[in-house]
Design a protein around this ligand. Sequence first.
Ligand code: ZN
Length: 390
Amino acid sequence: MIRTILFALGLLSLIGVSVVFGLGPALFEQSMNRLTVDSQPSVDSTTLALHKTLVIGDLHADTALWQRPIESRSNRGHVDLERLLEGNITLQMFTTVTKSPRGQNYEENSSEAFDNISLLALIQRWPAATRESLAERALYQADRITQAAADSPHLQVVLNQDDLENVLARRTAGEPIVGALIGTEGSHALDVDVDNVDRLYAAGFRMMSLQHFFDNALGGSLHGESNQGLTSFGEQAVDRMIALGIMIDVAHSSEAVVQDLLARHPVPLIVSHTGFQGHCASPRNISDATMELITTAGGLIGVGFWDGAICGDDVDSIVGAIRYGIDRFGLEHIALGSDWDGAISAPFDAANIAQLTQGLLDAEFSEAEIRAVMGGNMVRFLKNHLPQGG
Ligand SMILES: [Zn+2]
């Protein structure tokens, strides 16, 4: 009898383990990366005709975090190569998430809180090296992008000006090709070692965000406890990033970090995924005054597609945030920063981004505005800030 019970218990735990490791990652992602609508409204032929001629770019997607092939179509999440091609998207920045506090919120998070990515790495069976090292987690996700590009003729990692020109030329020639850029989401991914800036650069990272949801060794998060500015390690790290030509993303950084950074290096920064405090008074968004410091220094702002940034979960809310951004900060500074696959709900996935073109046309945006926001500004920024040469 005892043996039967032990056998039954053993069998149950085996089934439990196989559910966690087999179906777990898919079920988990399905619960995190969602759509706010069940079906997509139709897009009119005028919109589609314009949409096909746009060069479209997005500054932020956390796709590499999830255990599914990036190069083949998935029925979950928001982004994969096929859906990027279907949506006529030419450039996608893939950001790597390395630590996320339990109970994550926009108000205040402790850097000591239980780390959800440890658990996700375990159920997704990431390599052992990712258990202790956040740098290894970033490198592992970057490697997934690089491998996907090696496996598909339709995906190319963009490391420099030549790669960018190549992708744009192939696109213009009608070839189905997407350029992938790689960035960090929070530079706790450096494991408090400035040499890791070079290591990540060598692995293809061309944008580094400084903070995520908690204060780290570089400085305060917008959602942390200290609200502090750049630390001395943060100064060393940004000095090295700028020396290498890495673009710096201050999405999630405290306003003090932004101010300290711009005082030290008045360079064009990126805010890869955000809304505007003057449009949506959410603790996710920095003040318009700090945003203006960024745009005055030539910065590029990626408008997010989710409720926490734009105070609404539909296309009109994205359009409203873009309108506000253009009117308040100037057309040349406004781009897209979806936060697709970043545990958010969006009104459309990469395949259906023509919904946004439709929304912009319906709101009587000019063609020049639409071209600039949908990708023209991102392309110009990359042409000015990616490293030269091959
Ligand atoms: Zn984020």
